[in-house]
Design a protein around this ligand. Structure first.
Ligand SMILES: *[C@@H]1O[C@H](CO)[C@@H](O)[C@H](O)[C@H]1NC(C)=O
Length: 312
């Protein structure tokens, strides 16, 4: 196959969800509801935290930033999936594909850092409560958030530029419902060795460092809770950390699921489903995981809802 110049590639083809017209309608409604729930749930958290000054603590600022990234992550993928369910052909433009890759990478990477920051925040709060105000001071939190956003954006930019260097041949079918960097690199017919090296390097550094921080933090937290707190206080501490841990496991579980599935040949359908879980289910569930069990958050939401009539 003659490699075509990359400027000639004008579009990629995505996987088709279904041909069945009835199923199409069901899936469309399902995905639309997932999207609306995600946007509304996360928007509520962002607004609740911003509007309630009691919630201007590091944990809630991280949480509202996490909600913001969830909105970004689902907005990069779901609207295009909704369009493609209805469309005859499953194409996505070259520029659209690169845009999806860079936004999805930025938000996934940022989310990963924020989950790490939240774990660290809980670790300091529970294991070193006296030093907490000093360590997690507002400047440090803003720095942490901005730095992680900056790193995520740079990483995403680097990978997107590297994808731009590739040339593609005639087989432009991406076995997923949206553009994802690993799959796009696989389609290249020019040498993609450097892309792959960079990718695995980035995944191992950026994924493993926050994840080991998270594992360390929560092991310390659990042992500290068991050692220090009375039974009554244990319950509250465990319920906060339990909800954090479920969000973390959901994010990393589905994330690693995608990468493991995509390494196994002949499992493209599974990879595609795993990637849907990753980009749709995680952002949708995060608000529920964090706010349903949380009294401060419920109070803030009530206030927010109560305030609505005054704005009208
Ligand atoms: C993210 O965190 C920063 C710094 O703590 C805060 O000022 C900002 O309001 C947060 N952003 C969102 C969308 O919640």
């Amino acid at each position: 196959m003659e490699p075509r110049n990359q400027t000639e590639v004008s579009e990629f083809l995505l996987m088709r969800l279904t041909e069945d017209p009835e199923l199409k309608i069901i899936l469309f409604c399902l995905f639309l509801s997932v999207y609306l729930v995600t946007i509304l749930g996360n928007l509520f958290i962002v607004l609740a935290v911003i509007s309630d000054s009691h919630l201007h603590t590091p944990m809630y600022l991280f949480l509202s930033n996490l909600s913001f990234t969830d909105i970004c992550l689902s907005t990069t993928t779901i609207p295009k999936i909704l369009v493609n369910i209805q469309a005859q052909n499953q194409s996505i433009s070259y520029a659209g594909c690169i845009t999806q890759i860079s936004f999805a990478l930025t938000s996934a990477c940022w989310e990963n850092f924020l989950l790490g920051a939240m774990a660290y925040d809980r670790y300091v709060a529970i294991c070193h409560p006296l030093r907490y105000p000093v360590i997690m001071n507002p400047h440090f939190c803003v720095l942490l958030i901005l730095l992680s956003l900056f790193i995520s954006a740079i990483v995403a930019l680097l990978h997107s530029l590297m994808v731009l260097q590739l040339s593609f041949c005639t087989d432009l079918e991406i076995p997923l419902f949206f553009c994802e960097v690993v799959q796009v690199i696989k389609l290249a017919c020019s040498d993609a060795l450097i892309n792959n090296i960079l990718l695995y390097f980035a995944v191992s550094i950026l994924g493993v460092i926050p994840l080991s921080g998270i594992i360390f933090s929560y092991t310390q937290i659990v042992s500290s809770i068991l050692r220090k707190l009375s039974v009554g206080k244990r319950y509250k501490a465990f319920s906060t950390c339990g909800s954090h841990l479920s969000a973390v496991s959901l994010f990393y579980g589905t994330g690693f699921g995608v990468y493991i599935c995509s390494a196994i040949p002949q499992s493209s359908r599974k990879t595609a489903v795993a990637s849907l879980m990753y980009s749709m289910v995680t952002p949708m569930l995060n608000p529920f995981i964090y706010s349903l069990r949380n009294r401060d958050m419920k109070g803030a939401l009530k206030k927010l809802m109560g305030g609505v009539p005054y704005f009208l």
